[in-house]
Ligand binder design. Structure first.
Ligand code: SAM
Length: 712
């Protein structure tokens, strides 16, 4: 091709041209695929510029290589159909293929040659400035859509060099309404904020109830932050790009289903050869890179910046990876997990010097010495270690040594994160091996629990509930508690809910229990609350849990002389049955409901609701009686502290929900919490969202008594 075009086209397009040239003279279907792939690359780049340029350059690019018969635009799907044919070489059968390109970036309107030249010059300037395309927002011509417009084919193309006729047709540019529908089709409906939503202070639930939101701006919540127009949301954070292409021999399929979002490119020739590839959306890449850069300066002091960088970086990897790479990367990750588990089991993380002492000037330990320490063959230790050095879990140092990283230090025995790893390993990895059999046994439906859940099925004790199962193995139970104790570092506890009314009301009603931590474990959450609100008197606080947990926790708190827990009341109970503490100001449930299905979660709430009165009823009625709260000056409230998930959720939230499936639980949206609450006769009265994470506190009151009392 004409090297003079190089400054206008950029190196990627030039490469594509070269690959086409390289396939000259071959009758191999693979070469045909390579050529088509190059064509695809070229056209994709043209999309970022203009179909007018595409047409012009296609003519020269296909010179003697691949004949483009037709380029047709499909207005509805914003697809461009490219029919092309590889010329016959050495009397071989021609390889005929059809390319269908779909894009959320419709081709721009054809321009007259003078304008076109100006556009080329502007692209050249961009290329020279290190940017090979314009922002797409600027590529959409505004104004009335035009009908299809046939581009006149240059005469050189019609009969020169034995080439076939090339006819190009551009689709009209979309009007504002089409652009809107195009955008929304690419966006999670549930997370798509309406204009002005970021400043609204209420959320309306499906039942019509409006609940006040916290003072925090919802758009700053990462669950929705990536969904605001400002950050151009996508449905996923891995693997799916919104600008993509399909080359298939059935172009009508791509058009008929109206699908615009296609993660990959499939190349098919009539010879049946297939190959898949991903065409990166360069605009999206640029946007994500900018999103990362934008937040770099704040990352040290702002958790939200870290979340934004992580989210953008994960999506960025998905955009640049090919589909095949994406699939294989899952197994690379799974192998890292497997290697960690093996090294935990062998005690390798504990056998590596923790503080990296210099041994003869070298950090860490040699692999040979390490293998010796843990009683493993050096070669198998080495091959397992490669999974961890290559993924940054451990650090390889020359010549043949290995040392800790901040990540591997967390995996040493007894550490809370190490216990969390074991917990997740069982609930995600081990459970996955029995899930098909589980669903065969119980049917393809959500486990309702509390027993007959995948984890108890895995353990061969399907009759047990998850916590009954944990209590079968004291070491595992201790590990679980240890794992829970660090959740505060990643999941906020305080700082969301406005505690003002609790403190005020507790002072006004000195005989009333102020705070009941239902399923509060060893009291670590109450400790965090009491640290933040020392005015919350210990004697007015209760930690409830299963008898064995309460017993051990109370003893441990006493042994340790834990200041924040001194004087706290420990109450053994079963939240599947009645709650023995009546009329407390607050019943607090952190990470409780998500362990259970909707019917079980409803029952837990119903049991608490029965206790939201000043004293036990003299003659208790049937369990379904609605208790009166008239004796209590201020109505009791239930606070649910959990993640509020979205539909669809981002990857990490989806993973958490999926892992909950294995114990019969689920992560919920606000609407799902409201539905569970309503089934228990409760209503959502407020939602307090965290600024930097999807976590929130959802406040509930007895449905008929909403608005009763003076607090809050
Ligand atoms: C996921 S942990 C949450 C602990 C704590 N609330 C937190 O946020 O870290 C669930 C807690 O519920 C307790 N639990 C499980 N079943 C229970 C039951 N039937 N009655 C009371 N507590 C229970 C467990 O012992 C455990 O402490």
């Amino acid at each position: 091709m004409d090297p003079a075009m190089a400054p206008y086209l950029g190196s990627d397009i030039m490469d594509g041209m070269d690959r086409i040239t390289a396939s000259t003279g071959s009758s191999s279907p693979i070469d045909a695929i390579k050529a088509l792939r190059a064509v695809q690359n070229i056209l994709n780049n043209y999309f970022a510029k203009s179909t007018a340029i595409a047409r012009e350059e296609t003519e020269s690019a296909f010179d003697g290589e691949v004949d483009v018969n037709t380029i047709l635009g499909d207005n509805r799907t914003k697809a461009v159909v490219l029919e092309c044919q590889q010329p016959t070489y050495n009397n071989a059968e021609p390889q005929q293929s059809t390319a269908v390109m779909t894009s959320n970036k419709p081709p721009v309107e054809h321009k007259e040659p003078e304008t076109h030249r100006a556009e080329l010059d502007s692209i050249k300037a961009n290329n020279e400035a290190g940017s090979n395309g314009q922002s797409h927002a600027m590529d959409y011509p505004v104004g009335e859509p035009k009908d299809k417009e046939t581009i006149k084919v240059p005469s050189a193309c019609q009969n020169g060099g034995g080439r076939n006729l090339v006819e190009s047709t551009t689709t009209h540019a979309p009007g504002p309404e089409e652009l809107f529908s195009l955008t929304t089709s690419l966006t999670s409906e549930a997370t798509m904020p309406e204009p002005g939503q970021a400043t609204r202070d209420t959320t309306t639930l499906p039942n019509g109830v409006s609940v006040p939101e916290s003072l925090h701006n919802p758009s700053e919540n990462p669950a929705t932050a990536m969904s605001t127009p400002q950050v151009e949301p996508r449905n996923n954070s891995l693997g799916v790009t919104t600008t993509s292409a399909v080359i298939s021999d059935k172009p009508e399929l791509a058009s008929e289903n109206g699908t615009i979002v296609t993660p990959n490119t499939t190349l098919t020739t009539t010879a049946g050869m297939r190959a898949t590839m991903n065409i990166p959306d360069v605009d999206r890449l640029r946007f994500l890179a900018a999103e990362i850069s934008r937040n770099v300066d704040s990352v040290a002091k702002d958790e939200l910046a870290r979340v934004k960088i992580t989210t953008a970086a994960l999506e960025l990897v998905g955009v640049v990876r090919t589909p095949a790479d994406t699939i294989m990367s899952w197994f690379a990750n799974a192998s890292v997990v497997s290697a960690v588990r093996v090294f935990q089991h062998w005690g390798v993380f504990d056998a590596i010097p923790g503080v990296e002492p210099e041994i003869k000037g070298q950090p860490g330990v040699s692999y040979a010495e390490l293998a010796d320490r843990v009683g493993a063959e050096e070669s198998v230790l080495l091959r397992t270690a490669w999974m961890l050095t290559s993924s940054g879990v451990l650090r390889h140092t020359a010549p043949n040594r290995v040392c800790h990283t901040p990540t591997s230090l967390l995996l040493r025995a007894g550490g809370a994160m190490s216990e969390m790893f074991k917990l997740m390993y069982t609930n995600v990895v081990e459970v996955s091996t029995v899930l098909p059999a589980y669903y065969n046994t119980y049917g393809r439906s959500e486990p309702l629990g509390p027993a007959h859940i995948p984890t108890s099925f895995l353990a061969g004790r399907p009759d047990l509930e998850y916590f009954e199962l944990l209590h079968q193995d004291e070491e595992r139970m201790r590990g679980f508690m240890r794992a829970m104790s660090i959740t505060h570092r990643r999941v906020p506890t305080t700082g969301m809910y406005d505690m003002g009314w609790v403190v005020r009301q507790a002072a006004e009603e000195p005989d009333r229990v102020a705070w009941v931590d239902v399923g509060g474990g060893d009291g670590h959450t109450l400790k965090v609350f009491r640290r933040a609100h020392p005015e919350l008197c210990a004697a007015r606080c209760v930690v409830q849990d299963l008898p064995e947990v309460v017993e051990a926790a109370a003893a441990a708190a006493a042994d340790l002389g834990d200041d924040e827990l001194r004087g706290v009341r420990w109450v053994a109970m079963d939240f599947h049955r009645e709650n023995p503490v009546y009329g407390a100001l607050v019943y607090y449930l952190r990470h409780i409901l998500r362990d259970y299905s909707d019917p079980v979660a409803t029952k837990i709430l119903l049991n608490i609701r029965q206790s939201m009165i000043a004293a036990p009823p003299a003659a208790p009625g049937p369990a379904t009686d609605t208790p009166s709260i008239s004796d209590a000056p201020v109505a009791s409230r239930i606070l649910i502290s959990e993640q509020l998930t979205t539909t669809p959720p981002p990857l990490y939230a989806a993973f958490k929900d999926y892992s909950m499936l294995s114990i019969g639980g689920k992560e919920r949206t606000l609407e799902q919490f409201a539905a569970v609450a309503a089934a228990a006769g409760l209503a959502v009265t407020a939602v307090y969202r965290d600024r930097g994470t999807p976590h929130a506190v959802v406040e509930l009151q007895v449905a008929g008594d909403v608005g009763a009392g003076t607090g809050g």
